[in-house]
Design a protein. Structure first.
Length: 439
């Protein structure tokens, strides 16, 4: 474990050891749409929203999308500019000015385009009065305003600032596509109706929004760690962005709390295993199959240092529990020597803090490793799962694996087949086919 000065040095590095491992080839124009959507879209929407007002966020989103589309078209023909971000920003600003001119012709209450142009061209840093200096982090706090319905805050932030599709959000929040769309519309309506209070939150109000901001970063990292995209097991750029924003939050007085440190610990400890989670063909490897020599010891040390910082005080959040579970895995000498009893205990604690049948599912897996498949199945068979869980592929995948280990081939095949039909990614489907072949 590093000493505290070493941990502080790591925190000053924007993305530590993650940043340059997975950059996209700058010469590959074909890779730019996804790359820039993930890395630039949210930042550009945040900057434009600060310049032109968050009540115009839909116009900002449209302007950014237009800029990205033009980049795809023009850069393929003419080559990429030296400063791609500045090019995208200029195109997006011009799109915004054009949209405002069109609005001005039909609505006299719209601000003059000359003033908008002056505001947009200003070069001073964009930040909240209380020094949340990163535009995207600022917008995360804006999205977490209580004027926006609670169930819409995270949906809006994930869609607008993190580039999630409505399908990805629906999967992560266990909601229908229609429900996510309605929540997004409610958030945008609130932005239009509560302009002034959305723009100028005070210190005390910012602190009340921190739990929602942490949840957004947690979901952003979760989508990167276990992607819902069919062809991607890990989306490194989402994990890097979640860590970058988490570190920025940790450096701000509002965000420097044990929960933030615990979330950063969780993210670093999970990121330490990235290189071992897929095989040479891109297939998903279970924890028991992973080559632990590929685990990044430096990232584990950083994660443990954040976990130690998170332990100061009396706070014990869901992030503390999940980070402690991740630490148990990372520090175990081998899969067989993992302290499964402790992991089962931590999942019980997690369920007391943030009740969810997913926690019970994970606890059953730990209990099965500790006491055998019958013990894990007894826990799952004793609960009354909600309808959404019955349709979740990991529910059937877990039951299928435990029945397979118990020797109940018929039930194992039934559940694994059902899980295979619902698994969102090709890698997970391949893993389930392997399990079926073993049943």
């Amino acid at each position: 474990m590093p000493d505290q000065p070493s941990a502080r040095r790591e925190r000053r590095d924007p993305r530590a050891r993650l940043a340059l491992k997975h950059v996209i080839d700058p010469k590959s124009t074909a890779a730019l749409p996804e790359h820039y959507f993930r890395h630039e879209s949210g930042r550009l929407v945040s900057v434009l929203s600060r310049r032109f007002g968050v009540h115009r966020v839909e116009l900002c989103e449209d302007a950014v999308q237009t800029a990205l589309l033009r980049a795809v078209q023009l850069w393929a023909e003419r080559g990429q500019p030296d400063d791609k971000s500045a090019w995208l920003y200029r195109v997006a600003v011009n799109e915004m000015l054009g949209a405002l001119r069109r609005e001005k012709r039909t609505d006299a209450s719209v601000d003059s385009t000359e003033q908008a142009a002056a505001d947009a061209g200003a070069e001073e840093p964009v930040y909240l009065d209380h020094e949340v200096r990163d535009d995207q982090l600022r917008m995360l706090f804006v999205c977490a305003n209580p004027a926006i319905p609670r169930e819409s805050q995270i949906v809006f932030a994930l869609k607008t600032l993190c580039g999630f599709s409505t399908e990805e959000i629906a999967l992560r929040l266990f909601q229908s596509h229609e429900a996510i769309y309605k929540r997004l519309q409610r958030a945008r309506a609130a932005l239009r109706e509560h302009v002034e209070e959305l723009e100028t939150p005070g210190i005390e109000e910012l602190a009340t929004r921190l739990p929602a901001v942490l949840e957004i970063l947690y979901l952003l990292f979760t989508e990167g760690y276990s992607s819902a995209q069919p062809d991607e097991v890990i989306r490194h750029e989402l994990c890097e962005e979640a860590i970058r924003l988490g570190r920025l939050l940790d450096e701000h007085p509002i965000g420097a709390v044990p929960e933030t440190a615990a979330l950063l610990a969780l993210m670093y400890l999970d990121a330490a295993r990235f290189e071992s989670r897929v095989d040479g063909a891109g297939g998903l490897l279970l924890l028991e199959e992973q080559d632990r020599s590929l685990w990044d010891g430096e990232l584990i040390r950083i994660g443990v240092s954040y976990l130690h910082r998170a332990a100061r005080g009396d706070v014990f959040s869901r992030y503390h529990a999940e980070a402690a579970i991740a630490a148990e895995h990372c520090l175990a000498p081998s899969y067989r020597e993992t302290r499964w009893e402790e992991i089962a205990r931590l999942y019980r604690m997690l369920d007391g803090i943030a009740p969810s049948p997913i926690n019970t599912l994970n606890r059953a897996i730990a209990i099965a490793e500790w006491q055998g498949p019958d013990a894990g199945l007894a826990l799952l068979e004793a609960i009354n799962p909600p309808p959404w869980l019955l349709g979740y592929y990991l529910w059937d995948a877990t039951l299928g694996e435990l029945y397979r280990r118990r020797g109940d081939r018929e039930r194992a095949i039934m559940h694994l087949t059902r899980a295979l039909g619902a698994a969102p990614t090709h890698a997970e489907q391949a893993l389930l086919r392997r399990r079926l072949g073993m049943a």
